[in-house]
Design a protein around this ligand. Structure first.
Ligand code: FMN
Length: 324
């Protein structure tokens, strides 16, 4: 798969996920076979004002590439300045036309832009002029069920210079409820000539194959399916190559957790790890014996050392329970 001038090793992309797809998370997912990943969404306003938080979201390393930098905002000129400012931080710029969060849409950004096709044209055109990097647009199906307009928005984005489109086929009012309507991905694929990437509800290797087959999309984007489950990526790759890919055993999970801890502490320190790793640990432990008690325990831990010890104890007990 190729996006503009950017060739990719495969067509499995990691979704931008605010609060999740930080540097350690992206590095973990790369180890299991993802090539292109995205930053969490970054405010264009924050970037041009040189906000400290936005700089933290851009944290990356040499191994963390190819990387798409995702921007959100509502002002074409501010988005253009932000894109020019960050174009050396990744290989690709992505525009967020899908975020449903109130604070974001109230500012006219994210999925609010879907309500203003003329503004979308200005935004994409301005960013296109500002950077020579490949440019992608990530959108939802529409604002609500009475204003489904992804085909119009997709065509506009393509006409103004987008090199690929990612569709999460839910409306803003659906947020994350119900099923993603993959038929929208198929219709978008048939309506534009640039590559189309499908996003939504891929949680098993079979789903990945089904989305590609049902919609004809060029690439797939993995989001929540990878929570505590980087094996989703390796299982999709294995299935394609006709290799078996058994579910991870507790030892493999523990190895991934140790690696995640190590990367997290290296880049963000123990204090932040104490709080941010909890959600990942809840996901990595899903389905193992006594996972509920483990979740309660780690939410009460007060130091990183305590969290790490509780984690080792839990996974080692799970390994023992499989062996005996
Ligand atoms: C916690 C969370 C954070 C998200 N953050 C972003 C974001 O920053 N930018 C974006 O374009 N989409 C964001 N999304 C949407 C995802 O990229 C993806 O399109 C959506 O979750 C559907 O895919 P999935 O069913 O595979 O998770 C977010 C979704 C979730 C659940």
């Amino acid at each position: 798969m190729q996006i503009g001038c950017l060739p990719l090793k495969n067509n499995i992309l990691l979704a931008p996920l605010a609060g999740i797809t930080d540097l350690p998370y992206r590095l973990i997912m790369r180890r299991y076979g993802i090539d292109l990943t995205f930053t969490e969404m970054i405010s264009a306003n924050g970037l041009v004002r040189a906000g400290r938080n936005t700089e933290a979201l851009l944290l990356s390393t040499a191994e963390d590439h190819p990387l798409g930098v995702q921007l959100f905002g509502d002002d074409p000129q501010v988005l253009a300045r932000a894109a020019a400012q960050v174009e050396d931080r990744g290989e690709l710029i992505d525009l967020n036309l899908g975020c449903p969060v109130k604070k974001v849409v109230r500012s006219g950004a994210g999925s609010a832009l879907l309500q203003d096709p003329a503004k979308v044209a200005q935004v994409v055109a301005a960013v296109r002029r500002a950077t020579s990097r490949p440019l992608t647009v990530k959108l939802r199906s529409g604002w609500d069920s009475s204003s489904i307009n992804y085909l119009e928005i997709g065509r506009i984005a393509e006409a103004e210079g987008a090199d690929a489109l990612t569709l999460h086929p839910r409306t803003r009012s659906q947020a994350f409820s119900g099923r993603a309507d993959w038929s929208h991905i198929k219709k978008l694929k048939n309506a534009v000539t640039v590559p189309v990437i499908g996003s939504g509800d891929i949680v098993r290797a079979e789903d990945a194959e089904a989305m590609l087959a049902e919609t004809g999309c060029d690439g797939i984007m993995l989001g929540r399916g990878c929570y505590g489950n980087p094996w989703l990526i390796s299982s999709i790759l294995a299935r394609r190559e006709g290799r078996p890919c058994p579910a991870p055993d507790p030892l493999q999970r523990l190895e991934a957790v140790r690696c995640h801890f190590e990367l997290f502490v290296r880049h963000f320190g123990e204090q932040k790890a104490l709080f941010d790793m909890r959600k990942h640990l809840c996901w990595y432990s899903r389905g193992l014996p006594k996972a509920a008690a483990f979740r309660t325990l780690i939410n009460a831990t007060r130091s990183f050392a305590e969290l790490q010890q509780a984690t080792e104890d839990f996974f080692l007990a799970a390994i023992d329970s499989v062996e005996t």
